[in-house]
Design a protein around this ligand. Structure first.
Ligand SMILES: Nc1ncnc2c1ncn2[C@@H]1O[C@H](COP(=O)(O)OP(=O)(O)OP(=O)(O)O)[C@@H](O)[C@H]1O
Ligand SMILES: [Mg+2]
Length: 248
């Protein structure tokens, strides 16, 4: 998955947060006390539902558009998540996260439901709270950095977009060894987003020691340690440790 196009499509929220559409319920006609019962039982005639107001139509269309964008953003597998199969305490912690400058790191072994929990949260942020979201998985991140670092102009614009999105979501951060450009970008993003009071949400299944070992400076303190410090400082950690396995 590569970065989403949602940033440009929704420069500003179109409508106020939390707007829900009323569900028009057809009303049965009032009973006529003088009327005789029909000889055969037929369904009572239903009056037409109230026509949508202009505002309702706009809200419905905006919501449909958002749902379509979410389908393009979130892989099918994760859209089919059954929340009842995820570790309930971890899911509750993830969904309890409230939008703010301090992000969220979902850390723990493979197969424990980190990505699925994170997508449920991202869905809420995008669909209900109408946040501008950018998402990367391990592969998409590498490709995006390689493209952006081709030219200085592109790099700056790309970084700016990443740093000003309401939510930046990395799935499987540090899955692959990083290039120097990826490390620099990641460091800059954590630093700058913190300065703009914008959160990062990320899942990862490796420990600090493994992260340091995967850095191009092979764990020397000049890049790895400062990056880890920022990640811990600017994010709350939800540990999917022992006992968090999602049900099969
Ligand atoms: N439809 C479903 N709804 C909820 N959970 C599911 C569903 N199908 C499979 N699972 C469970 O989800 C687990 C995988 O979830 P997820 O991909 O979020 O794990 P993860 O912690 O991100 O793993 P990794 O670190 O390898 O990326 C599977 O082990 C399985 O038990
Ligand atoms: Mg995952």
């Amino acid at each position: 998955m590569t970065e989403t196009e949602t940033l440009d499509a929704f420069p500003e929220p179109l409508l106020t947060t939390g707007l829900t559409l009323p569900n028009p319920t057809p009303t049965a006609p009032a009973a006529d006390p003088g009327a005789t019962a029909p000889a055969t039982a037929t369904a009572a005639p239903q009056s037409d539902p109230e026509p949508e107001t202009w505002e309702q139509e706009q809200a419905r269309r905006a919501r449909e558009e958002r749902a379509k964008q979410f389908r393009g953003m979130c892989p099918t597998l994760y859209r089919q998540t059954d929340a009842a199969r995820l570790p309930p305490d971890r899911l509750a912690k993830v969904l309890a996260w409230k939008y703010g400058p301090k992000g969220l790191l979902l850390v723990g072994p493979t197969g424990t439901g980190k990505t699925r929990c994170a997508w449920l949260l991202v869905r809420r942020l995008f669909m209900e709270e109408r946040r501008r979201v950018m998402c990367f998985d391990g592969i998409g991140w590498g490709i995006s950095v390689a493209q952006a670092y081709g030219e200085p102009d592109t790099t700056e614009r790309w970084l700016d977009r990443l740093c000003k999105a309401d939510v930046l979501f990395f799935d499987d951060l540090f899955k692959a060894n990083m290039t120097e450009a990826q490390e620099q970008a990641l460091y800059g993003i954590f630093e700058r987003r913190a300065a703009w009071l914008r959160p990062v949400i990320a899942t990862m299944n490796i420990t600090d020691g493994m992260i340091l070992a995967r850095m191009t400076d092979n764990g020397r303190a000049d890049r790895g340690e400062p990056l880890l410090r920022r990640m811990r400082e600017f994010c709350e950690v939800v540990s999917f440790g022992p006992g968090a396995r999602a049900s099969r």
